[in-house]
Ligand binder design. Structure first.
Ligand SMILES: Nc1ncnc2c1ncn2[C@@H]1O[C@H](COP(=O)(O)OP(=O)(O)OP(=O)(O)O)[C@@H](O)[C@H]1O
Length: 640
């Protein structure tokens, strides 16, 4: 077949341009990407040959080879893995499969280190070859294909590529880089050895580097037959599957390097847990908490990462999501088990009892790891990083995983009326909250608001603050949903500061209660007057226990009512929001209330009453149904 010229998918062309510029100071990553592709191709072949042993038969020793040709100025990375057909090469080397490409492109910045971390995450690894090469040729023969059914693919990375059928004697793929004139350092044995060792030590397939015999040996060799493979191909990695080693034999640096290999994340993981379990359920797991949240943490669940699955050390699949619950989707790593069949499919995973047992065990391992990080007093910073990156996802677990709820709650961190005074970085755990609460306090108080500022300045906190009661402050979208799912922690109930009958329990002061009863009695006529003026705009009017500095607030008629945040969420989702009536609470000592009550003109008093109610709504929700009416009334009173 004649050679055909194809245009790259637009994103690829864009990406190629960006890659060359943004990764300039990190250019050796191309070797990591190409070796990792070669290793993937070998894993795939290993897997397929479980059911079709004939595929690997003719060339059964699987390996990766790297060879520099100084005369030709080329560097070749070869593998005898699964290979590609012509159609596959056209499809896979001309497009980007990942739907997040646009997103990726927008994240590539002038910040080199960051960009190089992102490369692998987005499945654009192959294209990194163009950082150092001005032409890349790929020769590949798919497993099971005949020698004359191979493909030759070639491009200079400027917009088009050429592909045609060719003849290739052996199975697998050669990626040939024609190095740019100023990138010839990658032809140097020493540089290659250094770089390959750095990137491939934990690859479970042997990687060989071609090292030509020294000059004098060469002359000798020339006289002899060509030198034997052992003389020129030197293995540069130890090709052991790291997770099969005993944890005590693995150094921290090795765990970190393996993490990069596994995830293509160049940053350091925050923690890892390596467990080998024998007995009823046999498995080895190596789980990591990344140092940063991936860009798609809240994206399409279908594209979530999941774990790598191995069965009896054979790689079976990537992105196996059945082993961890959704709220632990940020955990990366692998599980290797002897209890699943080698031919297990994704569908089978869903129904397998072994998988559900493994999921339970791995959830426990992950929570152990998170808990350990949370309790590590020497590395408080690390848990803060964890919390900022993954805290919101962990909160989902409170609802999603009732069996582990108590453990998850233990790991949560909150802002509170106290921590906010201490500064932004300070947060409190429920255990700390309980430990520092006064003995008389039997409950855990919390407040949910739309924003941090609204929470911080909420009038609902005034009495609690005065009594020195710490209140947890929540403003994440998920908080409402989460708090609805919890009733207690460590035997202590939760109380919302906006609850219609704010329970103070032993915190209530007998004197104060008496004074309030008096106040209520005295204010009875005023309350009736306000009720009359407000008519059906309110459910009722009463004297507040919670206000100190503010004139008024509104509370739901009962605790089943939707909170402001829930209403906003319903509105945003285009759902009908039921009309609700609130009880207006007033602080009779507040000068604004006294001033209003001193008004003798009933028409003007009606404006006062409306403004007092509207102010309370505004402080609670940040919006009003009739803002223009409010402004008009307020102005009339101000000018009055
Ligand atoms: N050496 C190879 N042998 C067989 N197929 C390959 C080889 N190199 C690349 N491919 C094919 O080309 C595709 C694109 O490779 P590329 O490195 O761009 O992305 P990826 O490997 O899918 O993603 P990532 O780099 O994140 O692992 C691969 O998925 C694979 O199917």
């Amino acid at each position: 077949m004649a050679a055909q010229v194809h245009g790259f998918q637009t994103e690829v062309a864009k990406l190629l341009k960006l890659l060359a510029n943004s990764l300039y100071s990190n250019k050796e990553v191309f070797l990591r990407e190409l070796i990792s592709n070669a290793s993937d191709a070998i894993d795939k072949l290993r897997f397929l040959s479980i059911t079709k042993p004939e595929l690997a038969q003719e060339d059964p020793v699987l390996r990766i080879r790297v060879r520099a040709d100084r005369d030709a100025g080329t560097l070749t990375i070869s593998d005898n893995g699964i290979g590609m057909t012509l159609a596959e090469a056209n499809e896979r080397l001309g497009t980007i499969a990942n739907s997040g490409t646009e997103d990726f492109l927008s994240k590539l910045s002038a910040d080199d280190a960051k960009s190089s971390q992102l490369i692998g995450q987005f499945g654009v690894g192959f294209y990194s070859a163009f950082i150092v090469a001005d032409r890349v040729t790929v020769r590949s023969r798919a497993a099971g294909a005949k020698p004359d059914e191979a493909v030759c693919w070639s491009s200079d990375g400027t917009g088009t590529y050429m592909s045609e059928t060719t003849v290739k004697a052996d199975r697998g793929t050669d990626v040939i880089l024609h190095l740019k004139a100023d990138e010839r350092e990658f032809l140097n044995d020493w540089t290659l050895r250094e770089t390959i060792t750095k990137f491939s030590d934990h690859i479970s397939t042997p990687v060989y580097l071609y090292e030509a015999p020294k000059d004098d040996e060469k002359k000798e060799d020339d006289k002899k037959e060509a030198s034997s493979p052992e003389d020129v191909w030197h293995q540069v990695n130890d090709a052991k599957a790291l997770w099969t080693l005993s944890p005590k034999d693995v150094k921290d640096e090795e765990y970190k390097a393996f993490y990069t290999h596994l995830t293509h994340d160049y940053g350091e993981p925050l923690a890892w847990a390596h467990n080998r379990v024998e007995g009823d359920l046999e498995y080895t797991s190596l789980l990591y908490i990344p140092g940063e949240a991936p860009w798609d943490l809240y994206g399409n669940p279908e594209e979530q990462k999941g774990l790598k699955l191995f069965v009896q050390r054979v790689f079976i699949m990537d992105r196996a999501k059945a082993f961890l619950p959704n709220y632990l989707r940020f955990i990366r790593g692998l599980v290797d088990t002897n209890d699943l069949p080698l031919n297990v499919s994704r569908e089978l995973l869903q129904e397998s009892r072994v998988v559900s047992k493994l999921k339970k065990a791995l959830t426990k391992r992950s929570l152990d790891m998170i808990e350990k990080l949370a309790e590590d007093k020497e590395n408080v910073e690390k848990y803060r990083t964890f919390w900022n990156a993954f805290g919101r996802v962990l909160k989902e677990g409170v609802v999603e995983d009732p069996a582990n709820r108590e453990r998850i709650l233990k790991c949560l961190r909150f802002a509170s009326t106290k921590t906010i005074e201490e500064g932004d970085a300070s947060l409190v755990s429920l255990d700390e909250y309980i430990a520092r609460a006064p003995e008389a306090q039997k409950k855990i108080y919390f407040l949910i608001a739309g924003t941090r500022e609204a929470a911080e300045h909420s009038p609902y906190l005034e009495t609690l603050k005065k009594k020195n009661v710490e209140v947890l402050l929540l403003w994440d979208r998920i908080d409402e949903w989460m708090m609805n799912a919890i009733t207690e922690y460590a035997g202590k109930g939760f109380v919302s500061a906006t609850a219609s009958d704010l329970e103070l329990g032993d915190l209530a002061d007998k004197e104060e209660e008496k004074a309030r009863e008096e106040e209520t009695k005295e204010a009875q006529a005023d309350i009736e007057r306000l009720k009359k003026a407000l008519g059906d705009k309110v459910e009722g009017v009463r004297v507040s226990t919670r206000l100190v500095d503010s004139p008024s607030c509104v509370v739901g008629s009962n605790d089943q009512m939707l909170t402001a945040q829930m209403r906003r969420m319903l509105e945003a989702a285009g759902q009908p929001v039921p009309e609700e009536k609130f009880t207006l609470e007033i602080n009779p000592k507040h000068p604004l209330i006294t001033k209003a009550l001193a008004e003798t003109d009933e028409k003007r008093f009606a404006d006062w009453a409306a403004v007092i109610l509207e102010e309370a709504h505004l402080a609670d929700q940040g919006t009003l149904k009739d803002p223009a009416g409010f402004v008009k009334r307020l102005n009339a009173l101000l000018l009055g």
